[in-house]
Design a protein around this ligand. Structure first.
Ligand code: GLV
Ligand code: MG
Length: 317
């Protein structure tokens, strides 16, 4: 699945234990929903949560949304039952499984093989269900290239800041926010590392949650930081964060218009009619093949977000 595949500007967490929230999420404008069986669900509530998630996938109206389920990680006793119950029960109405706390390629390979078995057993297309790998500790980060390459089902690499901060003993309790004692962005290295692995394997890179759900300015600032690096979207924990994420991970209208203009101008310049030129002026800017590649990224994100251009290209005479 290409990095610019399914839109995932906003990925809404929905606890599998809450029938009410599983219902409400269907009407919200998130690009992706993930029905959670992991950390938003208490241990004793997990068996019922599996049933709620299967029912919500089969009976709910998720039109226009990517449907994922986050199962428990492979150090728990729950993962295999999560996968079997959810995929046997609702595999035809499911796009991806999110595997949290992935530490090595073997974790993804296990999930890939298990999905293949279930798909064969119940007659679903083999390979139809994608995998999203959440990186939440040092082992996952160190092994992220192998994790990204571990299966053709891989669609995203996701950052899990809360577990990550805890696992490396980072001294902060405010997940996703900057730390006053550190004169920079403490997440920069981690985010760039995840982004490189994702891009190398043509996957999407997704930023994790911002837990202070009433601090919309803080959410805005955190989302802008990862969007500026090239991340494709971010987890949202509250309906109030959705529109902001959709806006921040889409290009600005002005940038989208400019990208489409660069593509048209460059195509014209390199054609017979344009004199077969490899570099031309567009306004005050010199554009060439590298400009085209940069414009392609912005244009693809804008088109995936359903944006319409507001300017047309007029060939110079
Ligand atoms: C999400 O799972 C996180 O740990 O931040
Ligand atoms: Mg986590």
């Amino acid at each position: 699945m290409a990095a610019l595949g399914r839109p995932r500007r906003s990925c809404l967490a929905v606890p599998g234990s809450s029938v009410k929230m599983l219902g409400k999420a269907q009407g919200l404008p998130a690009d992706q929903v993930f029905l959670d069986l992991e950390d938003a669900v208490a241990a004793l509530a997990k068996p019922d949560a599996r049933k709620n998630v299967v029912a919500a996938l089969n009976d709910g109206d998720w039109a226009g949304k990517t449907r994922a389920v986050r199962v428990n990680d492979l150090t728990t006793p729950w993962t295999y039952r999560d996968v079997i119950e959810v995929v046997e029960g609702a595999g035809a109405n499911l796009d991806c499984i999110i595997l949290p706390k992935v530490q090595s390629a073997a974790h993804v390979e296990w999930l890939d093989l298990t999905l293949t078995q279930i798909e064969r057993a119940i007659g679903l297309p083999v390979g139809g269900i994608g995998i999203e790998a959440q990186i939440e500790n040092a082992a996952g980060l160190v092994n992220v290239d192998a994790i990204a390459a571990a299966s053709r089902r891989m669609e995203t690499i996701i950052f899990g800041p809360a577990d990550f901060m805890a696992s490396i003993n980072m001294r902060s309790l405010t997940v996703g926010a900057l730390i006053p004692d550190y004169p920079g962005d403490p997440y920069h290295y981690i985010l760039m590392r995840l982004l490189m692995a994702a891009r190398m394997h043509d996957l999407q890179a997704i930023d994790g949650p911002f837990l202070q759900i009433r601090d919309l300015d803080g959410f805005h600032a955190a989302a802008r930081r990862s969007a500026a690096l090239g991340f494709d979207g971010k987890w949202v924990l509250h309906p109030g964060q959705i529109e902001t994420a959709n806006e921040i991970y889409s290009p600005a209208q002005e940038d989208y218009d400019r990208a489409e203009l660069i593509l048209d101008a460059y195509e014209h310049a390199t054609s017979e009619a344009g004199g077969l030129r490899g570099a031309v002026m567009l306004g005050d800017e010199m554009i060439d093949e590298a400009s085209r590649k940069m414009a392609l990224v912005v244009s693809a994100k804008g088109r995936a977000a359903g944006m319409k251009r507001t300017t047309a290209f007029t060939p110079p005479n």
